[in-house]
Ligand binder design. Structure first.
Ligand code: B12
Length: 215
């Protein structure tokens, strides 16, 4: 039986060959993709972040872990997308302008896909007008913004203002997150929700659908 701890450790050690192999083994044994993400990948990347904070890890280790995580995610993505039989809604997601951090955003996107949402991922360093264009073109009902730098948090506000200016604000709920983001900040800039982890993104998205007058 596949050992998900091996996948966790491979991501932590930046071993992309092993992380890819264990993921494929797990899929071969019919372990649900969502379980692979939640039991091995999210805790591994949380630990990577923690080690970086206490200077056990430096940038090269981070990049190796991010790569090991990325290759392991590849075979899961199409399965996650296919698992949402009836799509719960359309989400446009991206990391805001000036910010290149995309690991957390990718996890949020993956869990939303797993939760049955159609996800349009704009990547990192996304300008406000790109969010507006994508939300309008896709007819999205949720826009998710991620920021990891204190200096780029202001771009979340600018993006919300751009959605407002484009007349889309009544149609889309805006959900924000990322390590420096707080609930208070979300309230201050007029976001509809804040989540400190990827699973919260899914429950918040679902709560929007249940709220009266929700998108
Ligand atoms: C990995 C990393 C990098 C990698 C990024 C690789 C990549 N492809 O993403 C690299 C090496 C490129 C990098 C670069 C830089 N980084 Co950096 N980086 C990190 C690090 C160590 C981990 C971030 C991470 O991936 N964590 C793991 C993921 C899973 O967690 P997460 O992103 O927080 O996401 C979770 C939640 O926040 C939430 N979430 C995230 N987004 C969203 C969105 C929504 C809608 C919701 C609901 C939830 C949600 O769910 C996620 C999963 O649970 C952090 C330190 C830390 N511990 O956070 C520093 C950190 C963010 N970086 C920092 C800095 C300063 C930089 C640089 C400026 C360094 C430099 N001098 O060049 C550059 C900036 C480049 C740029 N313009 O963006 C600082 C930011 C300080 C600040 N507050 O402004 C930090 C905090 C490190 C530190 N302590 O100094 N970095």
């Amino acid at each position: 039986m596949v050992d998900l701890q091996k996948l966790h450790d491979a991501i932590l050690n930046g071993d992309a060959k092993t992380s890819a192999a264990v993921t494929l083994d797990a899929l071969g044994e019919k372990v649900p993709p969502i379980e692979i993400i939640q039991k091995a990948m999210v805790p591994a990347m949380d630990e990577v972040g923690r080690r970086f904070e206490c200077q056990d890890y430096f940038v090269p280790e981070l990049l190796l872990s991010a790569r090991a995580m990325k290759v392991a995610m590849e075979p899961l993505r199409p399965l996650l997308a296919a698992s949402g039989v009836q799509r719960a809604g359309k989400v446009v997601i991206g990391t805001v302008k000036g910010d290149l951090h995309d690991i957390g955003k990718n996890l949020v996107a993956a869990l939303l896909e797993g939760g049955g949402y159609e996800v349009i991922d704009l990547g990192a360093n996304v300008a406000p007008e790109r969010f507006v264009e994508a939300a309008r073109d896709a007819g999205a009902n949720i826009v998710c913004l991620s920021a990891l730098l204190t200096v780029t948090m202001t771009a979340m506000k600018t993006t919300i203002e751009a959605l407002q200016a484009a007349g889309l604000r009544d149609r889309v709920k805006v959900l924000i997150g990322g390590a420096p983001v707080t609930r208070q900040f979300a309230q201050d800039i007029g976001a509809d929700g804040y989540g400190d982890n990827a699973s919260v993104a899914v429950s918040l998205a679902r709560s929007f659908a249940k709220a009266p007058g929700a998108a």
